[in-house]
Design a protein around this ligand. Structure first.
Ligand code: PGA
Length: 260
């Protein structure tokens, strides 16, 4: 893992956006994996700015979501398709076309069938080239909650109580309004992305970040499976990095990689 520790989330997102801009300049048709939640919002804002300045476009790309709530009304603003559409789709955003935004079908009467179809759709485009990830305070990535399989494919998952509490802020702080399950890429699916960029900001993520980087690989903290991926960049602010032991080493390695 390459670990970048930045003074603020804004500086981390600027660095992350530049990595994505460089990647898509080299291969404009690359497939982007996109995350929802608060964490990537500054990153997406940087990409929109770069698009407006003519330095970046997703016009030739497809973007696949990590997950979608099951049973949420299709026009609900917190349905992940709508969140991602608002962030990314259109010439005034990142240039991504609506038809090229692919999300799991949370309305399907048979969620497991929808999950299988989504996994197949990712394989049929040849897989994700660059996957953007956040991390839950309980160590989940996408909606792969603690105790779930480290080799799973896209599936229907019950949300942990911690996740429902964390996400209530998007639903008027009303726990009863938060969906209780989701379709999520599995950890095995995510591990097939050719490159991964994980972002984490704030002290609420520091325990999960410590386990992600320095803990043993375990279903207890699902993100730890990323230790087995060959190309992961973790972008942190100081607060999210505050529980790490080996920060001097990570900073030295990062500085070395920046000079390369
Ligand atoms: P957040 O969620 O970006 O809203 O903190 C991250 C996650 O749950 O993966």
């Amino acid at each position: 893992m390459r670990i970048g520790i930045f003074p603020t989330s804004a500086t981390a997102c600027a660095a992350g956006a530049q990595m994505i801009i460089d990647r898509f300049a080299a291969s404009p048709g690359a497939v982007l994996g996109v995350a929802t939640g608060s964490t990537p919002l500054e990153l997406y804002a940087e990409l929109r700015t770069a698009k407006a300045q003519g330095r970046f476009t997703l016009a030739h790309s497809r973007a696949f979501a990590l997950d979608e709530y099951v049973g949420i009304a299709p026009d609900h603003p917190e349905a992940y398709r709508n969140v991602l559409r608002a962030e990314l789709v259109g010439e005034d955003k990142t240039g991504l076309a609506e038809k090229d935004l692919v999300t799991p079908d949370g309305q399907h009467p048979d969620p497991e069938a929808a999950a299988k179809a989504y996994d197949t759709a990712i394989r049929e485009v040849g897989g994700i080239d660059l996957q953007i990830l956040g991390i839950g305070s309980d160590g989940h990535i996408a909606f792969n909650e603690p105790g779930s399989s480290l080799v799973s494919r896209t599936h229907h998952e019950a949300l942990a109580a911690q996740t429902i509490t964390d996400n209530a802020r998007f639903f008027g702080n009303d726990l009863s309004q938060v969906p209780t399950s989701a379709l999520t890429q599995g950890l095995g699916t995510i591990m097939e992305a050719r490159e991964i960029m994980l972002l984490a900001f704030g002290s609420g993520k520091s325990a999960a970040v410590r386990e992600l980087i320095e803990g043993p690989i375990s279903q207890r903290w699902p993100a730890t499976i990323l230790q087995m991926h060959p190309l992961v960049t973790v972008l942190l602010d100081e607060a999210a990095a505050s529980d790490l032991e080996l920060t001097d080493l990570y900073r030295a390695r990062w500085n070395l990689s920046q000079r390369a």
